[in-house]
Ligand binder design. Structure first.
Ligand SMILES: C[S@@+](CC[C@H](N)C(=O)[O-])C[C@H]1O[C@@H](n2cnc3c(N)ncnc32)[C@H](O)[C@@H]1O
Length: 283
């Protein structure tokens, strides 16, 4: 689902300090990078880099002979990323504020890999994948992560509670959240050698403690913010009770989220195609 850029930026500016402490997002990004065929010397675009979880893991894999460029809409998230990258002493990561999906400011055939950890659900994914394919060298690859449809469970519970107020919020994980959907999206964008790796991540108690605020601020859940203050308070109480009951019934079921890591390659071409020759933007 593509979300309004301003809403997304505001939501992540607000979430940035807590997001930087999110253990499951860190693990989710690390597993994507772990599964990716990134090598020393690679030039990698980290689309929707956020607080830099994937960018830092990527920078260690490409080492100082490679380069990582992290792009994100949110200045707040990028400030956290900048601090983490400085603390890690990684001089070969560059951060850029901007839209990673729509006309990203890089020349065609610039990158060996484009990675997107936990970010594609916020973008018009069909055009973003096509755009990223254009940025890849021949033989380069794209990798993204997505929750399986219906995960994480605290988000599903939030939408169930919203439904009690007449709000039908779509599951943001649904459009890419199956092997078939992720494969179809990559294939439609022209990628080949598609691999989908299933995995899981576990939300920590501190992640779960932030579940109400994180879901309320989510760009996908903006209609809930239009409810009256009284209804929001009532819905919060209902949500926290439902979350506690689910935790008591089976703590691991609430905390465990099924995820997919999806990869595709830009096929090798004998001669540069028209879009490979397009060098209208500077890297
Ligand atoms: C859930 S966070 C993921 C951050 C990071 N990749 C990670 O793995 O932790 C989603 C990020 O996507 C960014 N984002 C959403 N749409 C974007 C777009 N069109 N261009 C650049 N960044 C975008 C948000 O600002 C936010 O930082």
């Amino acid at each position: 689902m593509a979300e309004d850029r301003q809403t997304i930026t505001a939501a992540f500016d607000w979430r940035a300090p807590n997001y930087a402490k999110s253990e499951w997002h860190r693990a989710y990004a690390a597993q994507l990078v772990e599964a990716a065929p990134v090598r020393a010397g690679h030039r990698v675009l980290d689309a929707a880099t956020g607080t830099g979880f994937a960018a830092i893991a990527l920078a260690r894999r490409v080492d100082s002979s490679g380069r990582v460029i992290g792009v994100d809409l949110s200045a707040g998230m990028l400030a956290q990323a900048r601090a983490a990258i400085r603390a890690a002493g990684l001089g070969h990561v560059v951060l850029v504020q901007g839209d990673a999906a729509e006309h990203p400011p890089f020349a065609a055939s610039t990158f060996d890999a484009v990675m997107c950890s936990a970010g594609l659900l916020y973008m018009p994914f069909a055009s973003a994948l096509r755009e990223w394919r254009r940025l890849l060298v021949s033989g380069g690859f794209v990798g993204f992560s997505t929750m399986r449809g219906g995960f994480p469970m605290p988000g599903r519970l939030f939408r169930d509670c919203a439904a009690e107020y007449g709000l039908r919020l779509p599951d943001p994980s649904a459009p890419l959240g199956s092997e078939a959907a992720a494969t179809a999206a990559l294939s439609a964008a022209g990628f080949t050698d598609i691999t989908i790796v299933p995995g899981s991540v576990t939300l920590s108690p501190s992640d779960l403690a932030m579940a109400w605020e994180s879901n309320l601020r989510s760009a996908a859940h903006s209609p809930v913010r239009e409810l009256s203050a009284a209804d929001q308070t009532r819905m919060r109480g209902r949500y926290l009770t439902a979350l506690d009951a689910a935790r008591l019934a089976d703590p691991s079921l609430v905390a465990r989220a099924e995820v997919l890591y999806a990869f595709g390659r830009r096929g090798r071409t004998a001669a540069p195609s028209a879009d490979e020759r397009d060098v209208s933007a500077d890297a």
